[in-house]
Design a binder for this molecule. Structure first.
Ligand SMILES: [Zn+2]
Length: 536
């Protein structure tokens, strides 16, 4: 438990609070607090709500000392700490080990770049704890400075962070590093995190849209992806679409939209946003895609300055896209996936108008919208003809999923069949003894020569595991043989019912008829058939 002191600094207030107490106190002297009563806030900071003071063997209960003429002091020292940096930083018992990571990108950069190669494994260097305590983050206002808490008191009592040059921040957190290591670390940091100089660009020509979408991207930083702010790496429209005669985003060049983007010094694309330009000049953007928070921020600021917004559904309703029909009499238009809802378009003969309930689905990343000349008759998914499946049995078109839910390939008929046109049969296991179930076409069973009906179990069996029984003039399955209801003669390899079984004294299993034909006679004692003994 942390130690607290109260120091009277306004005796009038203390007197108003408790005149007897005030008469016992000296101004500006520290008094130990016994039984401190602590309030812990959501951010783990602690406030002394009250406690007992022992003065001249008298106990005074003080509540709300801050309001009653006292300065509250807390002892931040950590006498037993072996890490000298932590000892100087102060008591870290209030540091939340689980939620104090304020700049994950920076911390993980430290871990990979710096921690393992640079630090020795001395127990005096509690790397993780230092990072938790100082809680360094990249300064938003003073890049490339690093902002951090220099002491426990700064952090928990004053809530005071300091932005400092990276080299100084590193030296404070890791004084074990020598000058050269600090310089090296700083260089690496700047290379990784220094703000890139970015230039804002804007245009409404088709080529502007294509450039912002498909030109070379600047190196990608970590972006906290939201619905409105997205990482460029996640854009499905960023490819060149070389296989199409025009890039689908050229459809935005209808006059209703502007392309807004940033470039770095090398001309690489750092962020972009398609904005609808309203009559009053306000921009209504789709989501902003960017390689870094900074690049996204720039466009956000630009859009906000027009009085606009971005990433809002409905913001494009009524706006027009260029009508760019696919050639060769095919259906469909070259147009992009639409980020904001509604993702439907109406073809008015001149433009494609973004409209709830429009007949064209703008949910596709293929670069062609409305090309789906067919829909799955089961689930109503739109698709291109190439992706559709026609079922002769149903006389309907299906999507891949629905088709294969109800159709299967029959290798005996070499064709697809509906499950309603099928039998479940038994076939040999591949190279293994036994048999298994398989679904085959009715054609294979009814017209093919691979399957026979077996009377013993009323199922269809593959001929390799079905046996004709002349005795009963029917086929018997492997199951009947395995069960011992029927057997195969060792002599003529024919199938016989069990009641026709004869065993010879030499161990062969044959039919009684075969035994008789061979002039064998039955010996009741041994239950076998053997050669007749000749009587002279
Ligand atoms: Zn379907």
């Amino acid at each position: 438990m942390a130690k607290y002191w109260l120091m009277p600094h306004d005796m009038d207030k203390v007197t108003a609070y408790n005149a007897h107490l005030a008469s016992q106190l000296e101004l500006y002297k520290n008094y130990d607090v016994d039984k401190p009563e602590i309030h812990i806030a959501y951010n783990d900071s602690k406030t002394l709500m009250g406690g007992d003071l022992w003065i001249n063997d008298m106990k005074f209960v003080v509540s709300q000392p801050q309001d009653n003429g006292f300065v509250v002091k807390r002892d931040w020292s950590v006498p037993d700490e072996v890490d000298p940096v932590l000892k100087a930083w102060g008591n870290y018992e209030d540091v939340n080990m689980w939620s104090s990571n304020r700049d994950y990108t920076l911390t993980s950069w430290f871990d990979s770049t710096f921690l393992h190669p640079t630090m020795n494994n001395s127990p005096d260097v509690k790397y993780t704890m230092r990072m938790r305590c100082f809680s360094p983050r990249r300064s938003k206002r003073f890049a490339p400075k690093i902002t951090m808490y220099q002491s426990a008191r700064d952090r928990f009592e004053r809530d005071r962070e300091v932005a400092m040059k990276p080299a100084r921040a590193f030296a404070i957190m890791f004084p074990e590093l020598d000058h050269k290591q600090i310089i090296q670390l700083t260089d690496q940091y700047l290379e990784r995190f220094a703000k890139r100089e970015l230039f804002i660009r804007e245009g409404s020509d088709a080529k502007d849209f294509v450039k912002a979408y498909s030109w070379e991207q600047a190196p990608t930083d970590n972006v906290n992806t939201t619905y409105q702010r997205k990482s460029s790496a996640s854009s499905c429209m960023r490819y060149s679409f070389d296989q199409l005669p025009v890039h689908p985003v050229t459809a935005y060049a209808s006059g209703d939209f502007n392309m807004l983007w940033t470039e770095d010094k090398e001309g690489r694309i750092a962020s972009r946003c398609v904005v609808r330009v309203m009559e009053d000049g306000a921009y209504r953007g789709g989501p902003i895609y960017g390689v870094s928070e900074q690049a996204i921020d720039i466009l956000e600021h630009h859009i906000n300055c027009t009085g606009g917004e971005y990433g809002c559904d409905g913001a494009w309703e009524g706006a027009r896209l260029l009508r760019q029909p696919v050639e060769d009499g095919e259906e469909g238009f070259y147009a992009p996936y639409l980020d904001p809802e509604p993702r439907r378009l109406t073809d008015n003969g001149e433009y494609l108008v973004i409209q709830e309930g429009g007949e064209i689905d703008a949910n596709s990343y293929q670069g062609i919208l409305g090309g789906e000349d067919c829909r799955c008759s089961n689930c109503n998914t739109g698709m291109h003809e190439d992706e559709s499946y026609y079922s002769e049995y149903c006389d309907e078109v299906f999507c891949n999923d629905c088709y294969h839910d109800e159709h299967f390939y029959c290798e005996y008929a070499d064709g697809d069949y509906h499950v309603d046109q099928s039998y479940t049969v038994y076939v040999p296991c591949n190279g293994k003894p036994g048999y298994m179930e398989e679904r085959v076409s009715d054609w294979a069973v009814e017209y093919g020569d691979q399957f026979v009906y077996c009377d013993d179990d009323n199922e269809y069996w593959h001929i390799d595991i079905a046996y004709y029984c002349e005795h009963e003039d029917c086929y018997i399955s492997q199951r009947g043989i395995d069960a011992g209801t029927y057997f195969i003669s060792d002599w003529d390899f024919e199938c016989y019912p069990d009641d026709q079984k004869a065993t010879t004294d030499t161990g062969d299993t044959i039919s009684i008829e075969e035994a008789k034909d061979a002039d064998l006679e039955y010996d009741e004692k041994t239950n076998t058939w053997k050669e007749k003994e000749e009587n002279d």
